[in-house]
Write a protein that binds this ligand. Structure first.
Ligand SMILES: [Zn+2]
Length: 273
C-alpha cells in the first residue's frame, strides 16, 4: 500500500517554556514515539518532490516541519528525533542565525544548558537584535544536519511582511526578491546546498509573492492552509497541519484523518476550512 495523501505537520517550539505555538517535550516525545512505534516514514523534501512527480511513498508517511529555527529545536526536538530515527525540516530565517560554538546539550548530560525563552520573549529578543538568544547557530545547524535529523530550507532571510510595509506592488516585489535571493545565497554559502523549498512568514502570500519566488528558483512553497497533500497537489500551495500541544491520542487521530483524502475533505467541510 502506498500513501494517497501526505500530511505535512507544522511545529514552531518544542520547549518546557509555556507560550504560543509550543509543544512540550513530554508531548513531543509521545508524538514521535507513536510515529516510530507505528513504523511511520518521515518524508524528506526530495521525497515530497518525488510524490508530486508520481513516485509513491509508503502508506504510513508524514512530513515534519519546523518554522523559524528556534534554539529549543536543537535542545529538545533534535535528541528526540535522533532517538527515534526520524527526520524533519527546519525553515530557517537566515539573517537570524549567528556564529559561535554549539551550545551545551542538556539531554546529552552536558552542563551549562542555554536558557530557553518562550515565544513572546523570542520575538522580543529578535526585534532587539539579540536573535542568538532565541535561534540556533550555524554550528548547531551543521550538527543537526550531520546527524541526519534535520534538513534546512528557507523561511526568507528577514521574516519581513513586505506586503505590509511596501508602498506599492513593484516596491513589494523588489524587496521580497532581494530577501529571497539573500536567503538562498546564505544557504548556498553556509551549507553548500541549492535551497528550492520556501515557507512563507506568517503563511502570507499573494500572486506577486508567488511569481517572485518562482523567479528566484523556489519550486516548492509551504503555506499554513490546513489539509494534506495529494499526489496531484499544487507545489505552489503546499498545505500544512498545526500540531497542538497534545499527546499521542490526539496526534494519532489527526494523522489518521489527514492520511485519508476522503476523511480530510469531509472534515474540512465540517469545520468550514
Ligand atoms: Zn515564521
Amino acid at each position: 500500500m502506498t500513501a494517497s495523501a501526505l500530511p505535512i505537520l507544522m511545529y514552531h517550539h518544542v520547549s518546557p517554556a509555556p507560550g504560543l505555538v509550543t509543544v512540550t517535550p513530554k508531548n513531543f516525545v509521545a508524538q514521535m514515539a507513536w510515529l516510530a512505534a507505528n513504523d511511520y516514514h518521515t518524508a524528506s523534501c526530495a521525497d515530497l518532490e518525488g510524490f508530486l512527480q508520481g513516485r509513491p511513498l509508503p502508506q504510513r508517511t508524514v512530513m515534519i516541519t519546523f518554522d523559524d529555527g528556534y534554539l529549543d529545536n536543537y535542545v529538545h526536538a533534535f535528541p528526540i528525533l535522533r532517538q527515534y530515527g526520524l527526520h524533519a525540516v527546519i525553515f530557517a530565517v537566515t539573517d537570524w542565525i549567528g556564529d559561535g560554538a554549539a551550545r551545551p546539550h542538556p539531554v546529552a548530560g552536558e552542563s551549562g544548558a542555554p536558557l530557553l525563552l518562550n515565544h513572546n520573549a523570542c520575538t522580543e529578543r529578535i526585534r532587539e537584535g539579540r536573535a542568538d538568544e532565541a535561534i540556533v547557530r550555524w554550528s548547531e545547524v551543521e550538527c543537526m544536519r550531520a546527524a541526519g535529523s534535520f534538513e534546512f530550507q528557507s523561511h526568507t532571510a528577514s521574516h519581513t511582511r513586505w506586503d505590509k510595509i511596501s508602498g506599492n506592488a513593484a516596491e513589494k516585489s523588489t524587496a521580497l526578491g532581494r530577501d529571497l535571493e539573500r536567503s538562498r545565497e546564505t544557504l548556498r554559502q553556509r551549507l553548500g546546498m541549492l535551497g528550492t523549498h520556501l515557507c512563507w512568514p506568517q503563511g502570507y502570500f499573494d500572486a506577486d509573492y508567488l511569481s517572485v519566488a518562482r523567479d528566484q528558483g523556489f519550486t516548492h512553497l509551504y503555506t499554513t492552509t490546513p489539509g494534506s497533500l495529494r499526489p496531484d497537489g499544487d507545489a505552489n500551495k503546499l498545505p500544512r497541519i498545526v500540531v497542538k500541544d497534545k499527546g499521542a491520542a490526539w496526534f494519532s487521530s489527526r494523522i489518521h484523518l489527514y492520511s485519508s483524502p476522503f476523511l480530510a475533505r469531509w472534515y474540512g467541510r465540517l469545520k468550514g476550512i
